[in-house]
Design a protein around this ligand. Structure first.
Ligand code: UD1
Length: 327
């Protein structure tokens, strides 16, 4: 299949691209490089430096390259940031996605896998969270993603767009080639490993939650399992549109459990402080992943913290400066 990956220079996009190439698909990556990294793009991929808000160029590209389907991951995704700068989030995530949807409609490329987020649920009504549970985002980030899920629903009704919206829980881990390099880094696992590597303290954001050890519980999913779900979703688009949670389910892991695993894997101590809760952080976020397991046969292969933290540590040791200074 000829697939265009928007945001293919990002953390998850680079791994989706890696798996598409490994199975023999041909891939065109488009990325604005605002948060993505040029050096994460593999040499056997055609890269086009493009902001998806340039709909005319995008449409030409879809035509010229004979693109059959799109995996759309280009977005900005920091919850706290989105509360401070909603305009930026609506510009990138809503205006950008609408520009892409219009280009797809004009070019008659009607297959789309979309990166959505657990942030569409806001404070969950119950855990594990099911796809049909209320969606009441508590941040502009979550609102922009939900708005685009709704837009895709209506594009399906009117224009026959077949889409899969994948609501990610907490992506983690790395492959040999690709790892996590956000600037600034806000996510727990890379922050813990950076704290170990550079001997600076890690702050636990609150240890007074009603959880098994007082710290926040999250549903971590290995980036390879996440990427595998994209390929399955892509292949199932002919059967119709769908929305899926993408987490491992189960009990999840607390912040302290992540710290313990990191201590064992690295064999090094972690300088720690306990600070106040981070605004907007729910106590527990766990997916019900029954639907994606049942309908797409998805089954995570790397559910353990050893696999997730271990692969992230290996990547960090091999790339102590991440993807470097270029972009
Ligand atoms: C964040 C986003 C979420 C997004 C996901 C993937 C927020 C509030 N949520 O999830 O919408 O889909 O990333 O991009 O930004 N923690 C610490 N100390 C730290 C960092 C984190 O204690 O230095 C704790 C947090 O309070 C939380 C857990 O670790 O309990 C995980 O945090 P993080 O990795 O930032 O992910 P989320 O906030 O769950």
């Amino acid at each position: 299949m000829r697939v265009l990956v928007s945001g293919g220079a990002g953390y998850i996009g680079s791994v989706v691209t890696e798996l598409l190439l490994a199975r023999g698909d041909s891939v065109v990556v488009v990325d604005s490089l605002i948060t993505g990294h040029r050096s994460s793009i593999q040499p056997n991929v055609e890269f086009v430096h493009l902001d998806i808000r340039d709909g005319e160029r995008l449409e030409r590209l879809l035509h010229d390259r004979g693109i059959e389907a799109v995996v759309h991951m280009a977005a900005i995704s920091l919850v706290g940031d989105s509360v401070r700068e909603p305009g930026l989030y609506y510009q990138n995530n809503v205006v950008g996605t609408l520009s892409l949807l219009e280009a797809l409609r004009r070019a008659q490329v009607l297959k789309l896998v979309f990166s959505s987020t657990a942030a569409v649920y806001g404070e969950p009504a119950r855990v594990p969270i099911r796809e049909e549970d209320p969606t009441l985002p508590t941040s502009p980030y979550g609102s922009t993603k939900l708005a685009m899920e709704q837009a895709m629903h209506w594009y399906d009704r009117a224009y026959g767009l077949r889409y899969a919206a994948l609501r990610y829980f907490n992506a983690a881990g790395a492959t040999v080639l690709h790892g996590e390099d956000h600037r600034p880094e806000t996510h727990l696992i890379p922050r813990v490993l950076q704290a170990i590597l550079h001997s600076h303290p890690l702050t636990i954001f609150g240890d007074d939650y009603p959880t098994r050890d007082g710290t926040g519980v999250r549903d971590y999913v290995h980036v390879l399992d996440l990427a595998d779900a994209h390929l399955r979703a892509l292949d199932a688009l002919d059967r119709g549109s769908a929305v899926y949670n993408l987490g491992c389910g189960g009990e999840g892991f607390t912040v302290r459990e992540v710290l313990d695993a990191a201590r064992v894997i690295t064999g090094r101590p972690i300088p720690l402080t306990v600070g106040p809760r981070r605004a907007g952080d729910p106590a527990v976020l766990i997916a019900s992943s029954d639907k994606i397991r049942r309908e797409l046969g998805w089954k995570p292969q790397y559910e353990s913290l050893e696999a997730m933290v271990g692969s992230a540590w290996s990547w960090m040791l091999a790339h102590p400066h991440g993807y470097g200074t270029e972009s």
